[in-house]
Design a protein around this ligand. Structure first.
Ligand code: FAD
Length: 553
């Protein structure tokens, strides 16, 4: 029996399994061939519809389809792949409930692992920017947008309100433009349900490094999209590059800082680390294939989708990383594996893209289909019709059609799902001179300095801010307020660029109450730290005493 193993359950992997099931149906039924697929999740995400999850015009689970239903003859392993050994022809995936890893051997391997979100080299983005690639990202972004509206509704400080009501999206490609259009529509419509938010207070900004957004489209369509977004209140910042982020700001490469609590970055994608580790020919992190989609140094190992660099036999150009191409490459690889099993000739990959489309929300889109440019309502209708047809699974098609119909009639849903209850630990980044936590504020987090320098200071009447200590890598702060349910007794400010690990109150108290050495360490630390603080208070007290006694005396 020949074992065909597919890695990845996105467009490349799932469509390869689908086509193999059709092409090798008899062999599969006779037990001559086996098709297996390993993916982290048991579903495929229809990414072109992901932006609509932000606004809620499509239900969260309606953009995904269970792989088992789509590919009933394929063995699905819902596991995380850990190693690919091309010499031993073996793939190892993480253990499930038990402690045993899963080890699978193959005769043919199809690598379809896509690429990954990568914020490498951009300070503060991993900690504070919201990525937009996976289903979970869309849910987090939607919940976050509702959360900041909730906060803004009750916030009195005008500066903080502005910060909360500013939404920044970086990246003027298809996913950035679609995300900003949906986010803009959603927050402006949802704001009507908040008594103390005036929709004119909302600022939605799109950052794009080029002169014109949507560089994949003809300039006239890109200009149409720009005008439309601006009319709807999106502030376009062209030739502006995102340089970094902090907890309350987007930092542009020019040095400008846009105060915001919502920064979405659609720009970064890096090679999947599993793919990057393979001893194969690469081009910018993508596996270079032959025209038949096979790896030149490894016969019977094939690659498709975003993780592969596939030169189109018709144009001689590398195929772009789109779902449209991944599904065609999947069909080609299925044909070629079947041909190899049958001993017939392989065919090179060639595909002429049918067109490009981008939704602009609110019944408008831009599209170039078979070379014809369309914009506005007609393009939007085309967008919806084509993507509805392409959405895998009849049940999903029906659900999405119902979602769209209801969306025309009902106001946007503003229920905030608390998905972050179990977080406990997060990373934070600060630029020099930023306040990390402020004296008098409520203490909900313990901070551990990963790198950089932090100054802790206390306000002493008559003396202003008195520095108490400087902290470096390995030091922690914030424990006094956490343990005593107190307000912060001092202000912590970054002296340099600082990276921190923040532990929330529940996680800290769980550790504190169950780990005696930690309890002893923290108690000693508090004792040491309270001493100079008490001395500062005593000094302030005697200074006050002198001030109050001297005029009389
Ligand atoms: C928001 C957004 C909108 C888009 N819109 C469009 C559009 O309108 N039209 C279009 O043509 N393209 C669009 N794209 C691009 C398109 O989605 C991708 O080109 C396509 O998904 C690539 O398919 P793939 O199978 O190569 O990779 P992916 O779809 O990324 O699939 C890779 C799979 O491998 C799995 N995986 C990775 N590592 C592991 C591991 N270690 N263990 C187990 N599983 C693993 C992942 O979980 C994933 O399921 C969009 C992309 C995004 C992010």
């Amino acid at each position: 029996m020949k074992r065909i193993l597919i890695l990845g359950g996105g467009f490349g992997g799932v469509y390869a399994a689908l086509h193999l099931e059709k092409r090798l149906r008899r062999e599969l039924d006779a037990g001559l061939v086996e098709v297996s697929l390993i993916n982290r999740d048991n579903y495929i995400v229809f990414q072109p519809m992901l932006p609509e999850v932000i606004s809620g015009s499509i239900g969260l689970v309606d953009t995904i389809t269970p792989i088992r239903r789509l590919c009933p003859r394929t063995n699905l392993y819902t596991r995380t792949i850990e190693t690919i050994d091309l010499d031993r022809r073996r793939v190892v995936a993480a253990a499930g409930f038990g402690s045993q890893q899963l080890s699978l051997e193959y005769d043919h391997l199809v690598i379809a692992l896509g690429n990954v979100t990568s914020f490498a080299g951009q300070t503060g983005l991993a900690e504070h920017a919201l990525p937009f690639k996976y289903l979970g990202d869309a849910l987090v972004l939607r919940n976050h947008a509702i959360h900041v509206l909730e906060e803004a509704d009750i916030e009195r400080d005008p500066e903080m309100r502005r910060n909360l009501l500013t939404f920044v999206v970086a990246g003027g490609g298809f996913s950035g433009v679609e995300a900003v259009a949906e986010l803009n529509d959603f927050v402006r419509a949802a704001a009507r349900s908040f008594r103390h938010i005036d929709p004119t207070e909302i600022r939605v900004v799109l950052l794009h490094s080029g002169k014109l957004i949507l560089p994949e489209l003809p300039p006239s369509l890109a200009a149409f999209a720009q005008d439309l977004l601006m009319k709807r209140g999106v502030e376009l910042r062209l030739e502006a590059r995102l340089g970094g982020a902090t907890a309350d700001g987007a930092l542009l490469a020019s040095g400008e800082r846009i105060p915001t609590r919502t920064l979405v970055s659609t720009v970064p994608s890096g090679p999947n680390p599993l793919v990057a580790a393979l001893p194969c020919k690469m081009d910018r992190g993508r596996l270079v294939t032959t025209p038949h989609l096979e790896l030149p140094e490894h016969p019977d190992v094939w690659a498709v989708g975003d993780c592969a660099l596939i030169v189109d036999a018709r144009t001689g150009e590398p195929s772009p990383p789109t779902a449209q191409h991944a599904t065609r490459e999947a069909r080609c690889v299925a044909e070629n594996i079947a041909a190899r099993l049958e001993g017939s000739a392989l065919r090179p990959f060639a595909f002429k893209a049918l067109g490009k489309m981008g939704s602009l929300g609110h019944r408008s889109a831009v599209a170039e289909v078979f070379g014809v440019k369309v914009s506005g309502f007609l393009a939007w209708w085309l967008w919806r019709t084509i993507y509805l047809m392409k959405l895998p699974g009849l049940d999903r098609k029906i659900r999405v059609a119902v979602d769209w119909t209801l969306d025309l009639l009902l106001p946007p849903d503003i229920v905030q799902l608390r998905t972050d209850r179990s977080i406990g630990l997060r990373r934070e980044h600060y630029e020099p001179g930023e306040i990390i936590c402020e004296e008098g504020g409520h203490g909900d987090w313990l901070y551990i300095v990963v790198d950089g320098e932090v100054e802790v200071a206390k306000q002493v009447p008559g003396h202003g801010s008195v520095p108490l200590r400087r902290l470096g890598p390995g030091d922690c702060f914030g424990e006094i307020a956490l343990l005593g349910d107190h307000v912060r007794t001092a202000t912590a400010r970054s002296l340099t660029a600082v990276n921190l690990l923040a532990v929330d109150r529940d996680a800290f108290q769980a550790l504190f109450s169950t780990l005696p050495p930690l309890r002893d360490f923290v108690s000693r630390l508090i004792e040491e730290r309270m001493a100079p603080s008490r001395a500062a208070d005593a000094a302030a007290g005697s200074a006050r005493l002198m001030e109050t006694t001297s005029p009389r005396g």
